[in-house]
Write a protein that binds this ligand. Structure first.
Ligand code: DQQ
Length: 514
């Protein structure tokens, strides 16, 4: 049944989303139909297509009562908008349909599992949220919330678990036919934990164990967990709130953490072996994964940072983007992330250079663009021949975003200070990289309003959103000292992208610029 609240959201997006002109969205990264978007939800395969839902407030570019927006794709690059899937229209989710997951049921229907939020006044006058896990079932477009909702409440928590921070169910079906689900929770010590539930019929769930917990080491509440086998190991992803910085690995605030370890399916014991940040850039949160039919584990995340959501460009009609979907692997105990291979089918106009000596500001013919997939190999021209190398993108006389590498410290820094933002927010992030025999490989993907950097074959990734006018499309290199550089650069052309279904008005400007 489509409630009045959902009908209103669908009517709003159908009426106003077409006013967002071509060129004012990324070409191949997901943005909301209109309004605000945060976490990816329900990233999953359904009847041969990849579906992605997202935390959605269509009515403004600020977070508000959470709906689920909906897109689908066959290739992870060209996305088709579908009508909003869920609205906060029941007693148990009246203050929001928070994050969750989706899967295809054996009978061909699509199951959505999400967190229902209901506010109440606490005895001491604070507003608090009761969070429960709920379900909706549908056909890929329309969904009915289950009469038995909520299916998990405070009664299903382990001792000391908080009913106020109990959210973001990620459910799947294992080879043994059992449905499993991880949910984020806050424990007695005030910090996060990941709870495991099981069900034989997707209706009756039972708490099994706490898979892992922060113990106040990696932030407070753990949001948006995901848990999956990968390359012979087991991976637990969490998005902690209120992290304290740890070296250059974890920054303060909302972060993303990947635990790589082993898992015993008999005892349901997960043992950590390695811990790392998932993305080392500025904008990345709440990642979620799916398994493709050819066995690839693909991750997508909200390419945004909660602390900088105040920096909404003037007059914008959408806010929030998803990262490029990334294929995951494990190599030498580290999570490897590379853009989905489907991207390669959209590469055009190869430009390639080998052994270019860079010892000052260098522009190379054919190197420009804002929808680009470019791989750069940097090495010293001779022993200790340089102290600093920079790649400048989205550049003109006024604007630039820089990726800077200093070999003496092995620090890579992404700097969008002069990318066109006029907000006093975090604009730089630095992290340690591991050059191989003095060589560093940087794959840089640009898509109008973002920069994603993949270091050394995906050993590290760093993402940042930029709101730079599209005319600023120069790419240049410079070095203090001298380096040798190989470059392979392609334009990305998504000719049948969903944006073509919007009214043509190629201004190339983000609203509010100039
Ligand atoms: N966003 C959702 C929550 C989740 C948080 C609410 C993470 O479900 O914990 O919009 O960004």
């Amino acid at each position: 049944m489509i409630s009045e609240t959902l009908q209103k959201a669908r009517g709003f997006e159908a009426k106003y989303a077409p006013f967002i002109p071509n060129g004012q969205r990324p070409a191949f990264h997901v943005t909301p139909a209109i309004g605000w978007m945060n976490d990816p939800n329900g990233f999953s395969l359904y009847q041969g297509e990849y579906h992605l839902f997202y935390q959605y407030h269509p009515y403004s570019c600020q977070w508000g009562p959470m709906h689920w927006g909906h897109v689908k794709t066959r290739d992870f690059l060209r996305w088709e908008y579908l009508p909003a899937a869920l609205a906060p229209d029941m007693e148990y989710d009246q203050n929001g349909c928070f994050s969750g997951s989706a899967m295809e049921l054996p009978d061909g229907r699509q199951l959505l599992v999400y967190t229902g939020v209901r506010r109440r006044l606490s005895p001491d006058g604070r507003t608090e949220e009761i969070q429960t896990q709920c379900q909706a079932i549908g056909d890929g477009v329309n969904y009915d919330k289950c009469p038995a909702n909520p299916m998990l409440t405070d009664r299903d928590l382990p001792a000391g678990g908080s009913a106020l921070d109990f959210r973001d169910p990620k459910a799947w079906r294992d080879g043994d036919g059992v449905y499993r689900m991880v949910v984020g929770n806050r424990t007695r010590d005030g910090s996060g934990a990941v709870l495991l539930y099981e069900s034989r019929d997707v209706q009756n769930w039972r708490f099994v164990t706490t898979l892992d917990a922060s113990h106040n080491q990696y932030g407070r509440m753990w949001e948006c967990p995901d848990f999956f086998p990968l390359d012979g190991k087991q991976v637990l992803l969490v998005s902690p709130q209120e992290m304290s910085p740890i070296g250059l690995e974890f920054h303060a605030g909302n972060g993303t953490v990947c635990f790589i370890g082993s898992y015993d399916p008999e005892t349901r014991q997960f043992r950590r072996e390695h811990v790392q940040a998932i993305d080392y850039g500025i904008d990345f949160y709440a990642p979620q994964t799916l398994l493709t039919p050819d066995g690839r584990r693909v991750m997508i995340a909200w390419m945004q940072n909660w602390s900088t959501t105040c920096a909404v460009p003037h007059d914008c009609r959408w806010f929030g983007q998803m990262s490029l979907p990334r294929e995951l692997h494990i190599r030498n105990g580290r999570l490897i992330q590379t853009p989905v291979r489907e991207l390669e089918a959209f590469r055009r106009d190869r430009v390639s250079y080998q052994n270019v000596l860079v010892n000052g500001e260098t522009y190379l013919h054919g190197l420009r663009g804002r929808m680009v997939d470019m791989t750069i190999n940097v090495r010293p021209a001779s022993r200790d021949s340089y102290t600093c190398f920079r790649v400048n993108v989205a550049r003109d006389g006024e604007f630039v975003t820089t990726i800077r590498y200093k070999p003496d410290t092995s620090i890579l820094k992404i700097d969008r200070t002069r990318s066109g933002s006029n907000a006093d927010i975090v604009h730089t992030r630095s992290f340690l990289v591991r050059p191989r025999d003095g060589e560093l490989e940087l794959r840089i993907v640009l898509d109008r309003y973002s920069v994603e950097v993949f270091v050394n074959g995906g050993e590290q990734a760093a993402s940042a959103v930029i709101y730079t006018p599209q005319e600023a499309d120069a790419i240049s290199f410079d070095a203090e000292g001298s380096v040798l550089v190989d470059v392979e650069k392609y334009d990305i052309v998504c000719s049948e992208s969903s944006e073509e279904r919007r009214p043509p008005n190629e201004t190339g400007h983000y609203p509010g610029h100039r």
